[in-house]
Design a protein around this ligand. Structure first.
Ligand code: FES
Length: 285
């Protein structure tokens, strides 16, 4: 096996990390509880995870600082120092967004995420020490500390990439779920009373149906955030709240009221026809 993947494999099995991870995740969960904070750090307000966008800033700044430290010569020393400082300043909001995302994970993803955060925190400490050494005129130590920080940063970045691309953390769990192109009966309309909801299946897609008078709302039942079961969620004020992390979607159109979800919940056309509740994908011909 690839040596890096072997390391990840070991980390994913380290259940000794679970106690610490659980306590830290609870603390983070409390800190991001206010809706504006949650929506901002999750990327709900921009419709895209915020953390991967922000990571470009410290990685880019510190990467360029390392390049200048190594190959830039004397003339580039002020630029290298400035880039180290930029990396430190941008690492803080990057970490905040990452901790918010991490607090929603479980199991092996939570363990890998904890080591990812620890590696990046170590890189931040090393670059901060590098900045202090540079300010004190000890450029040799500043460069060595920066180089060490960059090595650890790359390892942390590898773990972050593994979480996204191997474990599919923070990807839209409803991508590619379209529903039937034609009106498809899913249950008799008397089986769904006013104010009730029901999970049904059509064309391999599970949906949450909610009846309000003669109107039927149909949303995908798989939460776009991390796949939570919306049919087990709470319905109130025209919205459904996911039981896993509290994302709240409008039943009428799947739009997001509260994150951490960033992708609106797929919404389907629904009607009562010939005594049946029928559904189809939206904009179907
Ligand atoms: S799975 Fe996270 S909010 Fe639904």
């Amino acid at each position: 096996m690839n040596p890096l993947l072997s390391i990840v494999d070991v980390i994913e099995r380290l259940d000794q990390l679970d106690g610490l991870a659980s306590s830290l995740a609870k603390l983070v969960g409390r800190a991001v509880q206010p809706r504006p904070v949650r929506n901002l750090l999750s990327g709900t307000v921009i419709g895209h995870p915020l953390h991967p966008i922000l990571t470009d800033l410290p990685i880019g700044a510190w990467g360029m600082a390392t390049f200048l430290d190594t190959l830039g010569g004397k003339a580039s020393e002020p630029a290298a120092d400035m880039l180290v400082s930029v990396g430190i300043a941008t690492a803080v909001p990057t970490a905040a967004a990452g901790l918010n995302d991490w607090s929603d994970t479980q199991g092996k993803e939570r363990r890998t995420g904890l080591i990812h955060a620890a590696a990046n925190s170590a890189a931040l400490c090393l670059y901060t020490s590098s900045a202090v050494a540079r300010a004190a005129g000890n450029r040799g130590a500043g460069k060595a500390l920066g180089l060490a920080g960059f090595g650890i940063l790359m390892f942390g970045g590898y773990l972050g990439g593994h979480l996204s691309y191997a474990n599919a953390v923070n990807v839209n769990k409803t991508a590619g779920r379209e529903g039937p192109s034609e009106w498809t009966p899913v249950l008799g309309h008397t089986e769904l009373s006013d104010g009730e909801h029901r999970k049904v299946e059509a064309d391999g897609i599970t949906m949450l149906l909610y009846r309000s008078g003669m109107s039927i709302h149909a949303l995908d039942s798989v939460c776009s955030h991390m796949g939570g079961p919306l049919e087990e969620g709470t319905i109130a004020d025209g919205c459904v709240t996911c039981p896993l992390h509290g994302s709240t979607f409008r039943l009428a159109d799947g739009s997001i009221v509260r994150g951490p979800a960033r992708d609106r919940q797929p919404s389907y056309d629904a009607r009562i026809h010939n005594g049946q509740v029928e559904v189809r994908r939206q904009h179907a011909g």
